[in-house]
Design a protein around this ligand. Structure first.
Ligand SMILES: [Zn+2]
Length: 106
């Protein structure tokens, strides 16, 4: 397996910092999902810039993102509104319907 040189490591670090500042409360799982989506989009459209769309979930009001035309997810990388509301100290927001999924305003 190839190792990353300093420039590549710097790029990964900057990408992670960019995602962290763009998605307050981002979990490790959410970060991994965003990075996977980013890599998938890059591989499928090599050479093109990744198309990132942002919006507000019409169900729960959270920030939602769509990378490279993939499905919308909440800023923590979860599709479901209730799943995205999870807080390690507080649990889930019980007021959110478990069936709700990230969807942009129409
Ligand atoms: Zn939502």
């Amino acid at each position: 397996m190839a190792t990353l040189n300093a420039i590549q490591q710097r790029y990964v670090l900057e990408k992670v910092e960019e995602l962290r500042s763009a998605h307050p409360g981002l979990t490790i799982d959410g970060l991994v999902d965003l990075l996977k989506a980013s890599v998938d989009a890059s591989e499928s459209r090599e050479g093109d810039a990744i198309d990132v769309e942002r919006g507000e979930c019409r169900r729960c009001g959270d920030t939602i993102v769509r990378l490279g035309g993939n499905r919308w997810t909440h800023s923590v990388g979860k599709v479901g509104c209730r799943a995205a509301s999870f807080d390690p100290g507080l649990g889930w927001d019980e007021s959110l319907d478990p069936k709700w999924k990230a969807s942009p305003a129409r």
